[in-house]
Design a protein around this ligand. Structure first.
Ligand code: LAG
Ligand code: CA
Length: 456
């Protein structure tokens, strides 16, 4: 656990409403992260010690700014001001969450919406009055794009880069991020969050912000602030993640999409060469699904429990990218938000209680993060053998995944060093002996084994 630039937060100043000194920061390192979708600040703060214990290095929160009101989860994606008062908690709760996570050695990455505001008129969660293109004291009509390229100024054609970046994403008022005053105000928001201790940002809808504009927004943020721009890869489109690599790691949607048929349709051979055509490993965030794809069918269906579990097992066995796990809630309707109280405050997530999945606590996630610790930097070699997916990590570890419906015992060539190994995913406690260039393993149907040195 590396706690960088440790400066104590002055809670006295915080209480007095004065600008606080820079809080301590925790670096985003090689440890996987967890997206705690629609988790409240108090719930995240309470969970951070467990998150650290499982082996995660960072949490990614939902957007913290004031938004429109309503029961849908996606109200979070319609900002109406940069006050940190939302259905997920207050400014004081947000600051307390960061301190709790930092004390546990966990970095905090926040979902930042800088492309747009809301779609309509109304009163926000904290009482801010807003109109489609007028945010009193914040924005006027001149601060927004009015692209004039489509009948309703909405994005219609993703093959047209001007539409994608200057028209409206699902009718959300698109900020004119070429304007210096707009960039300054957005940077001020991000700086406020960094001052509270935020370690990094997911840049929501980064694809819809020109590279120059995004640079103009984030230039001058405190050194060490990590940025994860969200640029969804789209076939043949003019705007691709490769254009945004200067900002930081990016969510590699191509990886998540490629995993879907492998585990849902039992096509382990497709894992061989899975990294081709994707961002280089050190520029990527790898994931099985996020809050959008678990709703749009592009990635492994979370309701196919075994397939989803095996996909996460592969994600964590592989050496590609910085892996992230999604921990959210069960839903039946796409728009359905998490449970709320009468004031529209989201209920604190509780593991073991519906509808929260607490996917970050699952046995296979714990075991596979332990596996990563045991194999370290040993490079992954991916192969397919008799319908099993095999991930070898040099002479230190091996994961075999069986997406099929029958148990399998196979003898396969291995790079494992001669020694006794045990299965981190199994509970049999039996050891596997490697004496020569092959190893014999039994992999249960819809199951996996993760071998590491028994004496390690
Ligand atoms: C994102 N990344 O680029 C977020 O990950 C994604 O969750 C956001 O969409 C989107 N971009 C805007 O930040 C979400 C929902 C949308 C929702 C939108 C705004 O997926 O469904 O749109 O947030 O709240 C909703 C309605 C639309 C409507 C719009 C405006 O679904 O039909 O046009 O609100 O009223
Ligand atoms: Ca835009």
């Amino acid at each position: 656990m590396r706690v960088l630039r440790s400066v104590a937060v002055s809670s006295v100043l915080l209480a007095a409403g004065v600008t606080v000194p820079r809080s301590s920061h925790v670096a985003v390192d090689h440890r996987p992260g967890v997206q705690l979708f629609q988790w409240t600040w108090p719930a995240i703060g309470r969970e951070c010690p467990t998150i650290a214990d499982v082996g995660f290095g960072f949490v990614q929160t939902s957007p913290p700014q004031e938004s429109i009101t309503g029961p849908a989860w996606w109200t979070s994606y319609q900002p109406v001001s940069y006050r940190l008062e939302s259905k997920l908690g207050t400014r004081a709760e947000f600051a307390a969450m960061i301190d709790a996570c930092h004390r546990a050695g966990v970095a905090v990455v926040v979902d930042a919406i800088v492309n747009h505001m809301a779609a309509g008129d109304g009163v926000g969660f904290a009482g801010t009055v807003y109109h489609h293109f007028e945010y009193p004291g914040l924005w006027t009509a001149a601060d927004f794009h009015h692209c004039g390229l489509t009948p309703d100024d909405d994005i219609a054609n993703y093959m047209d880069d001007r539409q994608v970046q200057t028209c409206e994403l699902v009718n959300l008022a698109d900020l004119d991020t070429s304007r210096p005053n707009v960039r300054d105000r957005l940077r001020q928001y991000l700086t406020d969050l960094v001052t509270l201790g935020v370690d990094g940002f997911r840049i929501d809808a980064a694809k819809h912000i020109a590279v120059d504009d995004l640079r103009g927004i984030v230039e001058g943020l405190p050194e060490g602030t990590v940025l994860f721009p969200e640029v969804i890869r789209g076939r043949g489109e003019p705007i691709q993640p490769e254009q945004y690599t200067e900002f930081g790691r990016q969510y590699e949607f191509g990886y998540a999409r490629a995993l879907a048929p492998v585990f849902s349709l039992v096509m382990p051979e497709r894992l061989v060469g899975i990294h081709e055509g994707l961002l280089p490993s050190e520029e990527a965030i790898s994931f099985v699904d996020n809050h959008d794809t678990e709703r749009n069918g592009q990635t492994v269906d979370r309701r196919a429990l075994a397939a989803h579990r095996l996909a996460e097992t592969f994600l964590l066995a592989d050496d590609y990218g910085l892996p992230m796990i999604l921990s959210a809630y069960q839903f039946t309707n796409r728009d359905e938000g998490p449970p709320m109280d009468a004031n529209g405050r989201v209920a604190d997530a509780e593991c073991g209680t519906e509808p929260w999945t607490c996917a970050h606590r699952a046995d296979h996630v714990r075991a596979m993060i332990a596996f990563r610790g045991a194999v370290g930097d040993a490079p992954a070699t991916i192969s397919e053998h008799d319908r099993l997916a095999i991930v070898s990590r040099g002479d230190l570890g091996l994961v075999a995944i069986n997406p099929g419906t029958a148990d399998k015992t196979v003898t396969i060539p291995t790079s494992l060093a001669p020694a006794s190994y045990h299965d981190l995913l199994g509970d049999s406690g039996a050891s596997v002996e490697v004496t020569g260039p092959t190893v014999t393993i039994t992999v249960p149907a819809a199951g996996a084994v993760a071998l590491v040195r028994a004496d390690g």
